[in-house]
Design a protein. Sequence first.
Length: 167
Amino acid sequence: MIDGPEGVDPSLRPNQIFAVSLGTELLEPAQARSVVDVCARELLTPVGLRSLAPSDSRYAARYTGDPRGRDAVYHQGTVWSWLLGPFALAHYRVYGDARHAQALLAGLAPHLDEACSGTISEILDGSPPHAPRGCFAQAWSVAETLRAYHQLTARRITTAAAHLAGA
C-alpha cells in the first residue's frame, strides 16, 4: 500500500515486481513467489504488465480519447510492454525455469508486425486485443525485452552445460 494524495492506496500495481526481478533478495522467498503469482494472475498480459488490475473499479480497458482523456487512464490499466522483461526475470528468480520465463516473452512476437515492423510499442490497451498505443517504437520496451531474453538464454546455456558436465 502507498500513502497517496487521497490517503492509503491499496491498488495492485506492477512496481512490486522490481523487488523480485532485481535479485537483491529484498523479500523472503514466499513473499517473492506471492508477488510473482499475483502479478501473473492480475496484471500479466502476453504483451506486458497492466498498470492496474482489471478488478479495480478505476481500471480503464482502453487508452483512447483526447489528450486529457488519455492522460487520465495512463496508469489505470494500460499495459506497459517494457515490464514484461522484469516480470520474466522475476518469474525465473522464483521458479528457476529459464525456458518458461523466456517463453513469457514470446507473447510480444505477434506485436512485432503491428505498429512498427520489428519493434515494440510503448504501451498497449489493458484489455484484449491489446491494441498498440503511445510511441510505436519505444527503446526501453525493446531494451528490457532483449535484456531479459539474453539473461535467460545465458541461464539456459549455463544450466545445460552444468547438466552435461554432471552426466
